[in-house]
Design a protein. Structure first.
Length: 202
């Protein structure tokens, strides 16, 4: 692969993801920029039925738009009692323009009366890195946890306040970005992707 990669665009409209990507990628030999940094506003289509399809289509869409190497993330929460829902539809769980609070409320409503041992869930993340022609790399990660009955913590985004990680005895909204990256689906996927990138550049 090309040895001249210097810039990576974190191709997401989600500012919470941008913060985590910037924290995880700092210290590497890449200039990391967001869509906002570049003044890019269009939304990529997300019509796929898998995380990988959506990650690839977002990465390729923004790579064509910016002419730069783009890293996209498609992720979501799979709740076992809800047979894997909301899954790939996590962002639209409570409707197309619903807030994180609306999605969290719908999740709690759908788990009313369900005991802790049946509230197991995982976050899943698939990353795709694309140039203007095609997707070059993909990577994925997961983290296991429990959906609480009420939110805890003010950090993070999305379902973080409801997602309790037993290993750290905290919700993901009680973690700082660096701490979250150490255990999260996204942090793990980024680690895998960076390892693949390093191998390609050897
Ligand atoms: O670490 C996380 N902590 C909490 N919630 C999370 C996380 N990771 C994904 N999620 C939830 C949020 C959203 O409901 C959906 C992602 O949807 P997804 O389409 O991948 O992202 P998005 O629309 O927010 O931004 P974009 O597509 O521009 O990257 O899963
Ligand atoms: Mg999205």
């Amino acid at each position: 692969m090309r040895k001249d990669i210097k810039e990576i665009v974190v191709a997401t409209k989600n500012l919470g993801k941008v913060t985590e990507f910037k924290a995880a990628l700092s210290g590497l030999p890449y200039t990391v920029m967001s869509l906002t940094d570049l003044g890019i506003y269009p939304e990529a289509p997300e019509n796929g039925v898998t995380f990988e399809e959506n990650a690839r289509s977002k990465a390729e869409f923004y790579a064509r738009l910016t002419g730069k190497l783009c890293l996209a993330d498609d992720s979501g929460l799979e709740v076992d009692y809800l047979k894997g829902e909301p899954g790939v539809y996590s962002a639209r769980y409570a409707g197309e323009h619903a807030s994180d609070e609306d999605s969290n409320k719908k999740l709690l409503d759908n788990l009313t009366g369900i005991p802790a041992e049946k509230r197991t869930a995982r976050f899943r993340c698939v990353l795709a890195l694309a140039d203007t022609e095609k997707t070059l790399l993909t990577a994925n990660g997961t983290v296991e946890g429990i959906v609480l009955t009420e939110p805890r913590g003010n950090n993070g985004f999305g379902y973080d306040p409801l997602f309790f990680v037993p290993e750290l005895d905290k919700t993901m909204a009680e973690m700082l970005p660096v701490e979250k990256n150490g255990i999260s689906h996204r942090g793990r996927a980024i680690k895998m992707l960076v390892e693949q990138l390093a191998q390609m550049n050897e």
